[in-house]
Design a protein around this ligand. Structure first.
Ligand SMILES: Nc1ncnc2c1ncn2[C@@H]1O[C@H](COP(=O)(O)OP(=O)(O)OP(=O)(O)O)[C@@H](O)[C@H]1O
Length: 288
């Protein structure tokens, strides 16, 4: 899921989960014929199921980071090729959505993004209708999160396929398309090498280390040379260029991105060096 706070994500997720469960039950013979094994129950992960307190978890950067880390590790624990899982959170940072996409890709299972496209005015109305006993974000947190929201864009692999729902839209109208995207679609393979000989497993981590370090060095060097906001930088081994943000990129930020990318891809030993380098550049651009 994706959407600003109080945009109706949990309401939509619950509706979609029961519609998908019905779909799985109604289509059992077809699924079995196609040898598709899928559990009958849809798992929903959100602040409530993870016992995260919305009233405080998003009020400062450290708590917010912890909340996101809990969600990410819960997704890693629960997702499998047989499980339909809904990650019901704002997922408002595109780099975070990219991380979710990588988890699905590493498992070889499809994903999609359901965007609850309520307007800020509609979400404020929903917020004001919630009684004080149902704990939710304080108004200022809601507004801060709304202003930081990075809207999904179906041109990005990690935001595609994208399904957009307004509050008045009927969940049932899209269920066939969502089922096609999640149940029948072949797992994503955009980064897999088909022509280049894969690296041996022993060399893999070493090669990834070197390739990503060379890119980090190139970015920091370009910045030292006076390159800045919006400029594209050619980096080693990648056809995709790094696009610098309109602020200074620090060495520790690049180190963190490199560590995260390495962790996400360390099992992905079928990738060749060029795909790895291109993937790292995409990851860096998404997180800038
Ligand atoms: N389509 C809708 N029409 C009217 N009210 C709605 C609609 N969707 C959700 N609501 C109401 O808005 C409030 C917030 O809904 P919900 O919890 O689904 O949003 P959310 O995006 O998951 O919120 P949060 O960001 O807190 O997780 C609830 O009181 C819910 O009943």
């Amino acid at each position: 899921m994706c959407g600003i706070p109080c945009s109706g994500k949990t309401t939509r997720a619950t509706e979609l989960a029961s519609l998908l469960e019905k779909y799985i039950s109604d289509h059992a013979p077809t699924l079995s014929e196609k040898k598709i094994s899928i559990r009958p129950n849809v798992v929903i992960l959100n602040d409530e199921s993870l016992k995260i307190d919305k009233t405080s978890a998003y009020s400062d950067p450290t708590s917010e980071k912890n909340a996101r880390a809990s969600l990410l590790s819960a997704v890693e624990r629960h997702l499998s090729r047989e499980t339909l899982l809904i990650c019901d959170s704002t997922n408002y940072i595109k780099g975070f959505r990219y991380q979710l996409y990588c988890i699905a890709r590493a498992l070889g299972t499809p994903h999609c993004v359901i965007y609850c496209g309520s307007t800020p005015t509609q979400s404020l109305q929903f917020h004001s209708s919630i009684s004080d006993s149902q704990k939710t974000y304080p108004l200022d947190t809601l507004q801060a999160l709304t202003s930081r929201f990075e809207e999904p864009d179906s041109r990005n692999r990690w935001d595609s396929p994208l399904f957009i729902f307004s509050p008045s839209d009927d969940s049932a109208s899209e269920i066939e398309n969502i089922a096609q995207a999640l149940i029948y679609k072949k797992p994503p393979q955009p980064n897999l090498s088909t022509v280049v000989k894969p690296l041996t497993e022993t060399n893999y981590l070493h090669s990834m280390d070197r390739a990503t370090q060379e890119i980090v060095d190139a970015v920091l060097q370009a910045q030292q040379d006076g390159k800045g906001g919006g400029e594209s930088i050619v980096v080693p081994r990648s056809e995709v260029k790094v696009v610098l943000p309109g602020r200074t990129v620090t060495m520790s930020e690049m180190r963190r991105l490199r560590r995260q990318f390495t962790n996400l891809n360390k099992m992905h030993t079928e990738l060749d060096l060029e795909k790895l380098a291109g993937g790292f550049v995409e990851y860096v651009n998404a997180n800038f």
